[in-house]
Design a protein around this ligand. Structure first.
Ligand SMILES: *Cc1c(COP(=O)(O)O)cnc(C)c1O
Length: 404
């Protein structure tokens, strides 16, 4: 068989670039797909402004490269959770507007001023501290005001927000954004959506002249009256399906491959892994891949007799997990794979049709948590990086041949 042209064999090779020879796995982040996803959401949101939510290391995809990509695509407003994240965004996007969702911690006003970023204020005590800082320091920077419309996480109550009405008639009230957050946006018909949009519409009208924002990724798909002046997508930028009840309109961003460190034979009747949870019902060929729960490949997706495990792709074919996922290793049943499977080949954990949403289902969680759990041990490769970003590491070397 000609290895060079047999597509299955090519998939089986999927070998790491030489510079990543010591990595247990390769996580490829498609920055071009992130840019395309942002542009798609921006188009859907018109005439609202499309911001970018890049908290938690841009949902595990890498804060600096993602910020650069979104900024180059035309994104002008960024949301992060923490001041530390805001500093990274500021270093990458010098003119961007940056909002810090966790708001002002006591005594940190000067740190907001130092990088010209804005707290999202959701508590009256917090607002008083911010006002005090502004008058003492003579800082003219604005803040966002967060109003709770049913989430009961952060935000002023409707009553507290109404109490700010007189302030809105003053010359410089100090707010550049009024926002709320949807609790059930991914469920199209959920009655909470209608309640929240109505409550927000009413309260936002008190903040005339201030940009209003309600919708996260899924909210954008609930209809034009959810768009207001600004939309705040996060997860959809990174390929999570914002419309779980329908096909995913977003491009996949993540490709994750783990190295196969051993291929072994397990006789019928024997068990595999901790707890002996999986029994070979036939003579079985097993590929052991170098990724486990310490890499964010959750143990909940293990192969257990009588249940459905997560799947991986080896040599172009879907293969189930065999036995418990352990800290650094995962056994895969490759008995049915027709192409050769060898030590050094790669198994695809995410990509080629395995989505973060699918994996989230097997992990007992959501695509969001799959992304934010992606482990630090993988070699990271950024694809379609904008020209001025750091070149991808070690991709200039030809891949070693399978079977070497
Ligand atoms: C995280 C977050 C977002 C983005 O939500 P996605 O569902 O990831 O699009 C928007 N707004 C607020 C307040 C958030 O905390």
């Amino acid at each position: 068989m000609n290895r060079a042209t047999d597509p299955k064999s090519i998939a089986a090779q999927a070998a790491p670039a030489a510079g990543n020879a010591s990595a247990n796995g390769i996580l490829t982040v498609d920055l071009g797909a992130i840019a395309a996803n942002w542009k798609k959401l921006e188009g859907k949101g018109v005439p609202a402004e499309c911001a970018g939510v890049v908290k938690a290391d841009a949902y595990g995809c890498g804060l600096a490269p993602v910020t650069k990509t979104l900024s180059d695509a035309g994104c002008k407003t960024f949301f992060v959770a923490t001041l530390d994240e805001a500093r990274t965004v500021r270093a990458t996007a010098p003119t961007a507007k940056i909002y810090v969702l966790d708001g002002l911690f006591s005594g940190t006003g000067d740190q907001f001023a130092a990088i010209n970023c804005m707290p999202v204020i959701g508590d009256m005590g917090e607002l008083a501290e911010w006002d005090a800082f502004r008058s003492t320091a003579g800082w003219l920077g604005t803040a966002a005001i967060h109003i709770d419309t049913g989430m009961n996480r952060l935000g002023l109550s409707i009553g507290e927000a109404q109490g700010l009405a007189p302030r809105m008639k003053t010359v410089n009230p100090g707010f550049s954004l009024v926002m709320s957050h949807l609790a059930c946006a991914e469920t199209l018909g959920h009655p909470m959506n209608a309640r929240q949009v109505a409550a927000f519409r009413e309260i936002a009208s008190l903040f005339s002249g201030v940009s209003a924002s309600l919708s996260n990724s899924s909210g954008i798909f609930l209809g034009p009256h959810f768009l207001f002046d600004m939309i705040r997508p996060g997860a959809a930028l990174y390929g999570v399906n914002p419309t779980p009840e329908a096909d995913n309109p977003m491009q996949q961003v993540i490709d994750l491959k783990a190295r196969i460190v051993q291929v072994r034979h397990v006789a019928k009747g024997e068990t595999i892994g901790y707890g002996a949870t999986w029994t070979a019902r036939r003579d079985t060929r097993v590929a052991v891949a170098a990724a486990g729960y310490a890499d964010g490949y959750f143990r909940a997706a293990s192969g257990v007799d009588g249940t459905r495990s997560a799947e991986t792709i080896v040599a172009g074919q879907r293969c189930p997990i065999a036995g418990r996922i352990s800290m650094d290793l995962t056994a895969i049943d490759v008995t049915d794979v027709t192409a050769p499977v060898r030590r050094g080949h790669m198994a695809t954990l995410i990509g080629d049709g395995i989505t973060v949403d699918e994996l989230g289902h097997h992990f007992g969680t959501i695509g969001y948590e799959v992304l934010t759990s992606l482990g630090p041990r993988y070699a990271r490769v950024y694809k379609d990086a904008p020209a001025s970003a750091e070149p991808p590491k070690a991709m200039d070397q030809p891949a070693p041949q399978a079977g070497d």
